[in-house]
Design a binder for this molecule. Structure first.
Ligand code: ATP
Ligand code: F6P
Ligand code: MG
Length: 535
């Protein structure tokens, strides 16, 4: 593959001395400075881009040699590993990249690519001398323990890494807690448990103190498992590590039950959460079916992105209405939710509503005149939309004495994220962990690892943190939900115009019939029986 480099990250100026052990590998020009530098705002990351023929662009990730050019490399010990040495082409071709977009037209440019994840022929650490560290941050997600387990086992068993430290209690654990030694034995069966054996937290992100801890403890590789906030933190840790000239690979493993991380196919634990949500939806359906005008309301997680609600709805087929943050709705009047509930009860005698926790927040705030509050990480604390909605529906039917209803509200939000990961998420977590440690051993740094169009890739932090992944309500998937539930789409012309496209690349016209399920707003508004036939 021919690639012409067009922009390369500039070599940073290192001003803090690395630990003694690492000095050997650094250039003598690093000037000594105070050990603990004050927290500073991370500068926007420099992009490392390479161009090729036909509009090919590689959005590459940093490598330790970008700022430590004299770093020594070693043969990858996997070449002698009994399990891997027999695998033909086990090592990834250095030129392999993964396309960000795979639906293309004959005139399309080749577009953005990411470096393919996997083991390289040469590594930039002597495994027996490596100290690695693992931290989990943000909310829980099924599969966290599996990722921890596979990082520990992979580092020890595949590469023979000397020491893997667990950082307890999230980012603040770097400077407020002692570390725990993680061994294949100590993590042997943790994947069977929900949660994270390391503990987690929100807030407490102090880049300078964290990097001081990395430096003082002589950590060579740090694996940071967490959501969008965590990856922003990881980006600033990487900037500071690079600024100090430390030989430490900073690797992000994306974790989000909400599936709100951009670029990647899907986050680990998402499938497990959707599966677990089925149990709540089934219960709501059974309750609703067994009562006169029974209504089951189920609240699922999804702060800004309604993927869990959307997929749980599609999987279940018992859901009559799915409400997500991306699709505004209203209660009263023609085409409103209450009118739809009434009609559905008259037609079917029961109904199930699935609502993502972030849906309708503006409506609730307006009706209750509340002031925003935020958690330790700065995330807005959400109002309970399930409770509010249930109350509004009950209030509506109280005004109709001849229309008795029975409403049951089920809130399984924490139950769906506290369970252990299912079989397919376990396999996914294993591959993620392996991709992460292969990248770090090969000297890559400042990246998040994840599958993109089915192939694991190293993605620069800025790509992950610049925007959130959201349900695009003008896309075919949301149309499938609307067709499955036959709910109103509540959209106005302005909503459709304002709905973001998924890509920055031009949206090419679809072939005839391909977009047939996305209807014009005038067709949608207030009409709940527009779609027929399968999506
Ligand atoms: N912009 C940011 N820069 C640096 N650190 C951040 C930033 N946003 C959040 N963090 C830190 O990252 C950690 C996790 O953030 P947060 O609580 O938002 O969870 P998350 O990683 O987004 O996961 P999730 O939202 O899926 O539970 C916290 O310790 C928080 O202080
Ligand atoms: O109560 P906690 O721990 O802040 O977590 C709640 C949040 O975590 C998330 O699951 C993201 O991890 C959101 O959907 C939810 O709003
Ligand atoms: Mg988040």
């Amino acid at each position: 593959m021919e690639t012409a480099t067009v922009v390369v990250a500039p070599a940073p100026v290192a001003i803090t001395p690395p630990p003694q052990r690492k000095l050997m590998e650094l250039k003598s020009s690093f000037a000594p400075a105070a050990k603990s530098s004050p927290a500073r705002k991370a500068k926007p990351a420099k992009k490392k881009l390479a161009g090729g023929g036909g509009g090919y662009v590689l959005e590459d990730v940093p490598h330790l040699t970008d700022y430590l050019p004299e770093l020594k490399s070693y043969p990858n010990p996997l070449q002698d590993h009994p399990a891997y040495s027999v695998v033909k082409q086990y090592f990834v071709n250095p030129d392999d990249t993964v396309a960000k977009k795979i639906v293309v037209h004959k005139s399309s440019a080749r577009g953005t690519h990411f470096r393919r994840a996997g083991p390289r022929q040469r590594v930039y650490f002597q495994p027996g001398e490596v100290t690695a560290a693992i931290v989990t941050c943000g909310g829980l997600c099924p599969g966290l323990n599996t990722v921890i387990r596979e990082l520990v086992c992979g580092l020890h068993d595949m590469y023979g890494v000397a020491s893997v430290l667990g950082i307890e209690g999230g980012y603040k654990g770097f400077y407020a807690r002692n570390t725990v030694e993680l061994t294949p034995r100590s993590v042997n069966d943790i994947h069977k448990r929900g949660g994270t054996v390391l503990g987690t937290s929100r807030g407490g992100q102090d880049t300078a103190k964290i990097v001081d801890s990395i430096q003082d403890r002589g950590i060579d590789q740090v694996y940071i498992i967490g959501g969008d906030g965590t990856q922003k933190g990881a980006a600033s840790i990487h900037e500071e590590v690079q600024r100090r000239g430390l030989k430490c690979a900073v690797v992000g493993v994306p974790k989000t039950i909400d599936n709100d991380i951009a670029v990647i196919d899907k986050s680990f634990g998402f499938d497990t959460a959707v599966e677990e949500a089925q149990r709540a939806i089934n219960a709501a359906h059974v309750e609703a079916e067994s009562a006169e005008n029974g209504i089951g309301v189920v609240k699922l997680m999804g702060r800004n992105s309604g993927f869990i609600a959307m997929y749980a709805t599609l999987a279940s087929r018992d859901v009559d209405c799915c409400l997500i943050p991306e699709s505004p709705f209203y209660l009263e009047g023609k085409g409103g939710l209450l009118q739809f509930v009434e009609r559905r009860l008259r037609d079917n005698g029961h109904m199930v509503i699935v609502v993502a926790e972030g849906a309708g927040q503006d409506l609730i705030a307006r009706s209750m005149h509340l002031v925003d509050t935020h958690d330790a990480s700065g995330n807005k604390v959400l109002l309970d939309v399930g409770l509010w909605l249930s109350h509004k529906i009950k209030e509506h039917f109280k005004r109709k004495p001849n229309f008795p209803i029975t409403l049951k509200y089920i809130d399984p939000t924490y139950m769906i994220r506290a369970v252990p990961s299912n079989a397919s998420d376990n396999v996914y977590c294993t591959l993620l962990a392996h991709s992460a440690l292969h990248g770090a051993m090969a000297g890559y740094t400042g990246f998040t690892v994840a599958p993109v169009n089915g192939r694991h890739a190293y993605i620069p932090f800025y790509r992950i943190t610049e925007k959130q992944n959201k349900v695009v309500i003008t896309d075919r998937m949301w149309a499938r939900v609307l067709c499955s539930t036959n709910q109103p789409c509540f959209l106005t012309h302005e909503d459709v115009e304002g709905a973001g496209q998924e890509e920055e690349e031009p949206h090419l016209p679809l072939v005839e019939g391909e977009n047939a399920l996305v209807r014009s707003p005038s067709m949608c508004n207030g009409n709940d029986h527009l779609c027929s036939g399968a999506a």
